[in-house]
Write a protein that binds this ligand. Structure first.
Ligand code: BDR
Ligand code: CA
Length: 324
């Protein structure tokens, strides 16, 4: 089986960077284009981070297309308190070798599946602004992808940016609603912050293991996530830092890692007090499900993919099937 053809939409901060390594260097993904959106950091900074991360993965051939500079209706609120001023732990990374493309991200999201209907998988790792803007132009766009995986929301209603909201859903809730209004559970899967908090925490032992690997990718992944580690300790109280975007990418690359999921009708709160909180209707009288929500993944399998990739070992889809 060949690698999974991918489009990745990202607001590249330090955990998006690790997700890009998984897709670009692990052998399971075939990235056709990366699109960027404002979120963790302003658009230009996130675009630079995406280009640099792909360079670390040895993939300067992958084009990166900048997209929307701010949410649909709200001012931009970044997560620089989590990922550093530059989104990459403020470790002084140099400029990337390759420049960004001229073509706008929304054009790429719209046009890419036209030539390959039902073949491309879209993975979003940031606020849903670019995808929503594309859906305003083509309301059937989600059906043109093989599948759409989004790191968004918190299905247990425990938030990281507010008490009940996850950052990507909170940053542009109007965009999230546009996506939810077009979604169907067989096409769209959300992997929320709850999954990373339960099944993708980099414990001190995991962090030492990553650092000791000593490869360029492992060292990069370890160093850029230092401010995230501090934030996770101080704010979330987790026994390490969590990796929401890498676990979402792992699910896209290896859906068999999912151990628990549900289909439900999901909406999103737009009002001030609950902005960005998911409204999950599990009543028997609920409208038909519009989303698949991943609730748990195989932690050992996720970490195996992470360490193997950072060690520079490529997997093929054939290897994955052999281990099932
Ligand atoms: C999400 O928000 C960002 O800080 C991370 O990159 C991830 O996409 C987690 O809530
Ligand atoms: Ca992100």
């Amino acid at each position: 089986m060949s690698a999974l053809p991918l489009i990745i939409d990202t607001d590249t901060g330090s955990d998006d960077a690790v997700a890009l390594l998984l897709a670009a260097a692990g052998g399971l993904g075939d990235i056709r284009a990366v699109t960027t959106v404002a979120g963790n950091v302003p658009l230009a900074t996130g675009t630079r981070n995406a280009l640099f991360s792909l360079q670390v993965a040895g993939r300067v051939d992958i084009p990166v297309h900048p997209g929307c500079e701010r949410p649909m209706t709200r001012p931009l609120s970044t997560a620089q308190q989590v990922h550093g001023q530059d989104g990459m732990g403020d470790i002084g990374l140099p400029d990337p070798l390759r420049p960004a493309e001229e073509r706008h991200a929304v054009e790429v999201l719209l046009s890419s599946p036209r030539g390959h209907p039902g073949e491309l998988t879209l993975v979003t790792l940031g606020p849903l602004t670019n995808l929503a803007a594309a859906l305003v132009r083509d309301r059937d766009l989600l059906t043109r992808y093989r599948h759409v995986y989004c790191m968004a929301g918190a299905a247990d209603l425990s938030g990281n940016i507010t008490a009940t909201a996850e950052f990507n859903a909170w940053a542009d809730p109007e965009a999230a609603r546009v996506v939810l209004e077009s979604a169907t559970p067989d096409k769209v899967t959300w992997i929320g912050w709850d999954v990373s908090r339960r099944d993708a925490v980099m414990t001190p032992a995991d962090q030492s293991r990553l650092e000791r690997l000593g490869t360029p990718m492992a060292t990069f992944a370890h160093r850029v996530n230092r401010t995230l580690a501090d934030w996770a300790r101080d704010v979330t109280g987790l026994a390490g830092y969590d990796l929401p975007d890498p676990v979402a990418m792992a699910v896209a690359l290896r859906p068999e890692l999912i151990t628990e999921q549900e289909r439900a009708h999901v909406d999103i709160a737009l009002g001030d007090e609950t902005r960005g909180q998911l409204i999950i209707d599990r009543r028997r009288s609920a409208p038909p499900p519009n989303l698949t929500l991943v609730r748990r993944v195989n932690e050992a399998g996720f970490k195996d993919l992470l360490f193997t990739t950072c060690a520079g070992i490529r997997q093929s889809r054939h290897d994955v099937r052999e281990h099932q």
